[in-house]
Write a protein that binds this ligand. Structure first.
Ligand SMILES: [Zn+2]
Ligand SMILES: [Zn+2]
Length: 116
């Protein structure tokens, strides 16, 4: 059976944590999103997990506001994540993603929006 793992990332201390389905369940139960007796299907767990991720607190620094991504072995091990810019749909450079893992915009679009 295929297992989807999620990768939790803390924007405060850049702690990274991998969650298999049992850890995801535990996290969801800890914030009261699921009852302990309830055994939901994995698709629902993933959905809830992504929806509730901002409520989880970091194991390392205790801050909330974590982000999550689907952990994909080949891609995440060396941080070569391809993400496309939300604005122009061009891939964001891996160097930029390494520095700003949360970014949804490429450098050009960020520059356009960032003028204040
Ligand atoms: Zn942290
Ligand atoms: Zn762009």
């Amino acid at each position: 059976m295929e297992q989807t793992e999620m990768e939790l990332r803390c924007p405060h201390c850049s702690h990274v944590e991998r969650c298999g389905s049992s850890q995801m369940l535990a996290r969801l139960q800890a914030v009261g999103a699921l009852r302990r007796t309830h055994e939901p299907e994995s698709g629902l767990v993933l959905e809830l997990f992504a929806a509730m991720v901002h409520r989880f607190s970091c194991e390392q620094c205790g801050e909330k506001g974590l982000t999550c991504h689907e952990a994909n072995d080949e891609e995440w091990d060396d941080w070569q994540v391809i993400r496309n810019c939300e604005s122009c749909r061009q891939p964001i450079s891996p160097e930029r993603l390494a520095v700003f893992p949360q970014t949804k915009l490429c450098l050009a679009c960020q520059g356009k929006r960032g003028c204040r």
